[in-house]
Each structure stands twice: as C-alpha cells, then as structure tokens.
Design a protein around this ligand. Structure first.
Ligand SMILES: Nc1ncnc2c1ncn2[C@@H]1O[C@H](COP(=O)(O)OP(=O)(O)O)[C@@H](O)[C@H]1O
Ligand SMILES: [Mg+2]
Length: 310
C-alpha cells in the first residue's frame, strides 16, 4: 500500500487579491451589487483541538456535498493532516469515481456496505487514493442494501466502527480528520453519518435553494441530537456555486440567523470546479489558481488551521 506513488496536493497559486475577507458580522449596509462575498466567522467559533469527524449532509442532490468533501480533504491533506473520506452516497457513489480507491490485487474489495454488515472493520474498508494523505472508504450501488435490509444497529454502525478503531489505536484515531460525504436523502445511512459525526457541514447551492429542504434537514439534525448523538452541531455552512445576487445575500443572513455559531463560507461559482470530477483530481490540483480551490482552502484553514496538524 505504501509503495504506491501518490501525488502531493499543491499549495495554492491564486492571487492574494482573490482571497475573501473574513468578518465577524455581515455587512448589511452596502447594496448587494457592490457587496463582495465574505467569510463569516462568529466570535463564538473555536476550531477543534482533537480529531474531527464531519458529516457533509444535505438531502438535496446538487448541493455541493461531494465537491465540499473532496476540496476540504485536499486542502487539509496539503496542510499535512491525515484525511479519510467516506462515501455514504448509495445513489451516486460520485466520490468513489472522483477519488479512485486503489484496491490491492487479489484481495476482496470492501466498501462502506461491508462495515454496516459487520463483514470487516472500517480500517479494512479504507484504501489509499492517488493523493498523498487522502484515504477513502468507497461505496457502490450495493450500499442500498443497508436501506432495504436494515441490519441490526445500523444507525450506530459508523459511530461504533470509529470508536472501536480509536480504542484499538490507544484512544487515538489513525486519521486527523474524517469527512463523510452524504447521500441526497435522509435515509438510514445519512442518519448513521449524523450519528457518527462531531459536526455537520451543510452545503447549500445558492441557485437551487429550497427552504423546505433546509427545514427538514434541521428537523433530522434535531432528532439525531435527541436520540443518537447529543454532541452533534452544525459546524459550518457552505454557500456553493455562489454568485452575486440579492438572494445570495439574504440566504447568507438567514443561515447565520439559524446557526449563529457556525461560520458561513461562500464558494464562488467556477467552471473549474464543475470540470474537476472527470479529471479524477481535486479542484486544488486541477486548477490551483481557481477561486473554488482558494475559497475551499480558506474555509479549511478556518475550520482546522494547519498548525494543529500532528
Ligand atoms: N463552486 C462551484 N462552481 C461551479 N460548479 C460547482 C461548484 N461546486 C459544485 N459544482 C457542481 O455542481 C454539481 C453538484 O455538486 P456536487 O458536489 O456533486 O453536489 P452533491 O454531492 O450535493 O450532489 C456538480 O456538477 C459540481 O461539479
Ligand atoms: Mg454527491
């Protein structure tokens, strides 16, 4: 596994003028036409000091979950963190065809499904990718079996697998950060992801917002908090494919009203982000000068600053 030549993810080459300003309160005075996107970091926000598990969840397809998972992973990997991504999308498995898992020859190929059915540990279902510091737990269409067969304890399966792994390693996870890429549904696998997470990262597509979808995600989070994971909170909101509009600005204000302690990150719309999946590389490698790579890089720095890398 370690003999694999893995590509180092690059430092960014975006011009400094492209960086977003960080503010602690929205500017609601400047008319939106002359408003620049800003990163909101509430005064109450503190970056984590221990290993982190983020569930990237929104039950709408096309919200930017997979892109957010890949780009945060790429940014943290470039900063020296050991990153694992978990593909929890039973419908598209887009993550597993973007960051291709490198299966060893001649061994059975495990996936997240195998973990739910107690066929192997989470670590046995974890494979290297072609990128330094990023490993993946892949999924395929057969992850749907979890929803159909509802194996015993499925809601807790991921949380238990993560806990067992940390216990084996003397209380320390082999990864500094785990990102779970959610499915466009609030099914059992998504509930398991929320149950396993320390925090939820919510991507919202600025163009395709559905306030009803946001309300039902909020109900699911509340219900998971009450029943299976009291420590869960919303760690950040990403406004993906951001374009300047009065609506984008209202949306930014609304999410920080709903989640007052969560940073809000606009990720500017960029054709480079849309191209990246077919190149099988993160945007950060495909187009390190792009605004999408830069915006995700800034978000990663705020959420988990590089100096915390082991
Ligand atoms: N910042 C961005 N600019 C332009 N296109 C984007 C951006 N972020 C994501 N996309 C595109 O939007 C679509 C949905 O994104 P994706 O991450 O797959 O969402 P989800 O996983 O929630 O379904 C994809 O085609 C993706 O390439
Ligand atoms: Mg996806």
């Amino acid at each position: 596994m370690s003999s694999l030549p893995r590509t180092l993810l690059p430092a960014l080459s975006s011009p400094p003028g492209d960086r977003l300003e960080v503010v602690s309160a929205w500017d609601d005075v400047t008319p939106y036409q002359s408003w620049r996107p800003q990163i909101l970091v509430p005064a109450t926000f503190r970056p984590p000091t221990a290993a982190r598990v983020f569930a990237v969840v929104n039950q709408k397809g096309g919200a930017g979950k997979t892109t957010t998972t890949v780009e945060l992973a790429a940014a943290w990997a470039a900063a020296g963190f050991r990153v694992r991504v978990i593909d929890a999308d039973d419908q598209e498995a887009a993550l597993s065809v973007w960051l291709l898992p490198q299966f060893p020859q001649g061994a059975p190929q495990r996936s997240l499904r195998s973990v739910f059915f107690d066929e192997c540990t989470l670590l046995e279902a974890t494979y290297p990718t072609l990128f330094e510091n990023i490993d993946i737990v892949p999924s395929g269409l057969d992850l749907k079996r979890v929803e159909y067969d509802r194996p015993i304890g499925a809601e807790q399966a991921l949380a238990t697998a993560l806990r067992k792994e940390a216990e084996q390693d003397g209380g320390r996870s082999p990864y500094d950060v785990t990102l779970i890429d959610g499915a466009p549904s609030l099914g059992l696998v998504t509930v398991a992801a929320l149950t396993a997470g320390d925090q939820v990262l919510v991507p919202l597509a600025v163009g395709g917002l559905d306030l009803k979808a946001m309300a039902s995600l909020d109900r699911t989070i509340t219900s998971v908090q009450e029943k299976t994971n009291p420590k869960l909170d919303v760690g950040a909101v990403f406004l993906t494919a951001w374009d300047k509009s009065g609506f984008a600005r209202q949306l930014a204000a609304k999410v920080s009203e709903d989640y007052p302690d969560a940073p809000v990150f606009p990720i500017r719309r960029s054709v480079r982000a849309a191209e990246a999946p077919i190149t099988e590389r993160p945007v950060r490698l495909h187009a390190p000068e792009s605004t999408a790579a830069g915006d995700y890089g800034q978000a990663a720095d705020v959420l988990m600053p590089a100096r915390a890398a082991a």
